[in-house]
Write a protein that binds this ligand. Structure first.
Ligand SMILES: [Zn+2]
Length: 237
């Protein structure tokens, strides 16, 4: 074999790999919840993501959460956020929409002219670089809702992984700031997962400091047992 033929073979192999990679992204061959072949998200895993919103509490913040963060839900969320499996977005968005709806009903937005603003937590720079998208904003969009970017990170956030609840709260304090004065704004915070609540409570602190009123929060999932799977919860993001 000549060196030209070898080079051509290498180029063809690389092209073939690139095509297969692209195909795998376009047409996932395994369910991201259970690994069943040939389905993006199988019917059983879609039904595991069916929302049953319930109110949970972190300090005095009421959080409406659609599903429990465990098993299928945690695998689908991790694959969606960090494994490129955005094919799970419709099912996750449907769950988030239910949670947001429950939070809005509970807060009775009809009483407020101008309504309620949905606010998401900004991605860290590192998370943004790694993903190229904001997981919660994408879900809100899929749900036909819109988040307002009223928060910005104002300091480097140390990684939350492996920290206890109080450490997470301390670690988070002062890391977010509002982007503008918010007097008169009624706000529902929206995030993907609530574990200790450190992220949502810090978001509320920053919004309140700017004069906003946080009337509740909504998340796709809640870790109902405290710290069950904290290494995969990615609450920092
Ligand atoms: Zn499945």
């Amino acid at each position: 074999m000549t060196s030209d033929q070898r080079m051509l073979g290498a180029v063809r192999a690389a092209a073939r790999t690139a095509v297969l990679d692209a195909w795998a992204v376009l047409m996932p061959t395994q369910c991201s919840g259970c690994g069943t072949p040939d389905r993006a998200l199988c019917a059983a895993c879609v039904s595991a993501l069916r929302a049953e919103p319930r109110a949970v509490y972190r300090e005095d913040l009421t959080i409406w959460s659609a599903v429990e963060y465990s098993g299928v839900v945690s695998r689908v969320l991790v694959a969606y956020k960090d494994g490129g499996r955005t094919d799970a977005a419709p099912a996750l968005a449907a769950a988030l929409r239910q949670a947001v709806g429950a939070a809005l009903v509970a807060a009775d937005p009809a009483q407020t002219p101008g309504g309620v603003v949905l606010v998401t937590v900004p991605s860290s720079r590192r998370a943004w670089r790694a993903r190229g998208f904001h997981p919660v904003d994408l879900l809100l969009g899929r749900a036909g809702l819109r988040g307002s970017a009223l928060l910005r990170p104002c300091a480097g956030v140390a990684d939350q992984v492996g920290l206890g609840r109080q450490q997470r709260l301390d670690n988070r304090s002062g890391t977010l700031a509002a982007t503008r004065p918010l007097a008169g704004s009624r706000i529902v915070l929206v995030d993907d997962i609530v574990t200790t609540g450190a992220t949502l409570l810090e978001a509320r602190r920053a919004l309140r400091q700017a004069g906003g009123e946080v009337i509740g929060a909504a998340t796709v999932a809640e870790t109902r047992r405290l710290h069950p799977d904290i290494h995969r919860s990615r609450e920092t993001d």
